[in-house]
Design a protein around this ligand. Structure first.
Ligand code: FMN
Length: 647
């Protein structure tokens, strides 16, 4: 058992006693009903989260006013019809001996949905950083109406049985918009100095306190620094926090960054270490004797324990780790921290899926998250002999899930080790934790009883002799090398060979393909210190969204390394020491070049499919073997195949 004595110590906040220092912070799910009430999916999701054993759970953003909601399925708390659903979340937490707060929220201008309807309001008529649309400037009457809405919602929270409320003044939503010079240009008492800009928050807190009484805990979520050019910093925040406390706040939840901060820093990418911004919590604690919740990339209870022990924060918010594996605390307490899947901070299934794909929450490495209603818990009644062909993320997940559900599973991997392309991708800068995830996924599959055979390629004869009842074909993909003149020359290589260090990195390099593989390979090369680096992509821009956390970091590092991006550009010919390109119908030559790295993409490997069809063997085609895509699709399809067999 790990020594977690500081993390597991109880703490009292106003009248609320928490059994330990772990908080699940608010995380939007997109799982609500279309009228903003709590759905069955919300309930199932929450039931699984409370198994983590945290002391306090905070609901996702819950809108205090109809014009403050981010989407139809975001939770609302602006009328009494939402109380029965919210009370169910309360019951779930209380039955787990945990406490629950609701996060009171108004999106202001940061709501695509409200901007589209023409309903968005803000302190000033300045466009949203994320969505571009402009809100209507709030009048004094609007201000009074929203302050009252916060108070009414807080009272409603108390009626619904919540143990506390949290006001969301972080991340650039309405309360944060008042605080920021980027969104507040008012020249009345709510604009101008930091004190004036903080007035709206102070008045909301005062109204909430008036409605809920003195004994009810109030948390205030702030972005301790705005983390944006010319935004406020921790010194500005330290000067204003006493006003918030005086207005009635019992605990400060010290987050970081806003909409528009680089690298989506609110949900920091893998480049940032655990607890990277907890120093901000410490600064606030130094200013005032008030409990502070720290947050940021925490995955390991030992690190959380040390943070509390050092006094950097009194409580630790653990966000995405609750999505990746809510058993993180249980595993640590039982002395098996290695069983936990640590969040990879990829944001593929969670925040970026919500924002950029408009879909509900998932997790790239945990197929249960957001799909709790589908997730089979009981072992299958029809146990079968399952062969999994291929040991990448799709195959390993399929094997692990099928074995968990009681099937007799053998996984065949033709290579020496499992992990597929993830093992290659894990060689790129900062991506080592991906290899660790593969190790843990393999260990989990073995623990459930799957057999894993490496250096073992499944043949037609093996299938006929072994006679599996079901095959899960997860044979992955191979690199695609286009037929361009010169690709046979010795200076031409491919991304995987570079990442696997099978070929030394050259001096003057052209990477062909600006997708994720191309950019990560260029990042790897830049780190090795190439003299010149050019990235060629035939599309107008990279398929890697520069607004995503990882995309932003990749762009930043490559630009810093003087990598030259050439979009709208096709390779026409490769010679012994040059690359001939066509850009905007004009031919250009890059020279000297001593290495050309092909990173054009991959194509499925599924040679056994025809045979399986022909023999009438039941099979599932999953992951890259069906169509090369991301980890989230591979894991999801691998799991769904195993779940389907078990119905
Ligand atoms: C899917 C998702 C939704 C989020 N929604 C909210 C939210 O509703 N309110 C909020 O204050 N923060 C929200 N956050 C931010 C988290 O509360 C947390 O601050 C952030 O994920 C950093 O913590 P972590 O590194 O432990 O994940 C969200 C984060 C994620 C991943």
């Amino acid at each position: 058992m790990q020594n977690l004595e500081h993390l597991l110590q109880p703490i009292k906040i106003n009248s609320m006693e928490l059994k330990n220092r772990i908080v699940m912070p608010p995380m939007g799910t997109g799982l609500g009903n279309r009228d903003g009430t709590v759905s069955e999916a919300n309930i199932a999701y929450f039931k699984r989260r409370v198994q983590s054993g945290a002391g306090l759970y905070i609901t996702e953003i819950s809108s205090v006013h109809p014009n403050g909601s981010v989407s139809p399925s975001a939770l609302r708390i602006y009328d009494d019809t939402c109380i029965p659903g919210l009370s169910k979340l309360v019951e779930i937490c209380h039955s787990a001996d945990a406490k629950i707060a609701v996060q009171l929220h108004h999106a202001g201008r940061e709501s695509f949905y409200q901007l589209k309807k023409g309903n968005a309001v803000g302190p000033s008529a300045l466009p949203s950083f994320v969505f571009g649309g402009t809100p209507r400037e709030m009048t004094n009457d609007d201000i009074v109406e929203i302050i009252e809405a916060f108070g009414a919602a807080a009272l409603r929270s108390r009626k619904a049985g919540f143990d506390a409320v949290e006001l969301h003044a972080a991340h650039g939503y309405l309360l944060g918009q008042f605080l920021s010079v980027h969104s507040n240009r008012r020249n009345d008492q709510y604009g101008g100095s930091m004190k004036n800009r903080a007035r709206f928050i102070v008045e909301c807190i005062q109204e909430v306190r008036r409605q809920v009484g003195q004994d009810f805990p109030i948390s205030l979520r702030i972005s301790a620094e705005e983390a944006i050019k010319n935004g406020y910093d921790i010194e500005d925040m330290k000067a204003i926090v006493p006003d918030f406390i005086e207005a009635g706040v019992d605990v400060i939840h010290a987050s970081f960054g806003t909409h528009g901060s680089p690298a989506g820093i609110i949900q920091a990418p893998i480049e940032y270490p655990q607890g990277f911004n907890v120093w901000l919590a410490r600064k606030i604690k130094e200013t005032l004797d008030v409990p502070v919740i720290g947050v940021g990339r925490f995955t390991d209870p030992m690190v959380m324990n040390e943070t509390v022990k050092r006094g950097d924060a009194d409580l630790i918010s653990v966000g995405r780790q609750h999505l990746a594996d809510p058993d993180f605390l249980k595993n640590a307490i039982e002395g098996h921290p290695e069983r936990t899947f640590q969040c990879l901070a990829c944001n593929q299934g969670c925040i970026e899926r919500l924002i950029y794909e408009g879909k509900s929450v998932r997790c790239a490495i945990n197929p249960e998250t957001g799909q709790e209603l589908l997730y089979p818990v009981q072992q299958s009644k029809n146990k079968c002999k399952v062969w999994v062909v291929g040991g990448g993320p799709a195959g390993l997940t399929a094997a692990s899930e099928a074995a968990r559900l009681g099937h007799q599973v053998v996984l065949f991997e033709k290579g020496e080790q499992v992990g597929g392309q993830v093992i290659v991708a894990a060689q790129a800068p900062y991506k080592e934790p991906y290899a660790d995830w593969i190790d843990r996924l393999k260990a989990r599959a073995l623990q459930y009883g799957a057999q894993i055979n490496t250096c073992s390629e499944v043949t037609e004869t093996m299938l006929l002799e072994g006679n599996p009842e079901v095959v899960i074909l997860a044979s992955g993909a191979e690199q695609f090398i286009p037929s361009i003149e010169g690709t046979h020359l010795p200076l031409v290589t491919d991304a995987w060979s570079v990442l696997k260090a099978e070929v030394p990195v050259g001096d003057n390099i052209v990477v062909v393909g600006g997708g994720l593989t191309g950019m990560e390979t260029a990042d790897f090369i830049a780190r090795k210190g190439a003299r010149s680096l050019v990235l060629v992509e035939k599309l107008e821009k990279s398929p890697v969204n520069p607004l995503t956390s990882h995309g932003n970091m990749l762009n930043y590092r490559l630009k810093k390394a003087d990598c030259r991006f050439m979009f709208n550009t096709e390779v026409k010919q490769i010679t012994e020491d040059s690359v001939v390109l066509v850009k905007d119908h004009e031919t250009q030559t890059i020279s000297p070049v001593d290495q050309v790295v092909m990173a054009i993409g991959a194509r499925p490997v599924n040679d056994l499919k025809q045979f399986l069809d022909h023999q009438g063997i039941k099979y599932y085609l999953v992951g890259d073997a069906a169509d090369p895509r991301r980890i989230i699709e591979a894991v999801d399809e691998g799991a769904k195949a195993a779940w389907d067999i078990s119905q």
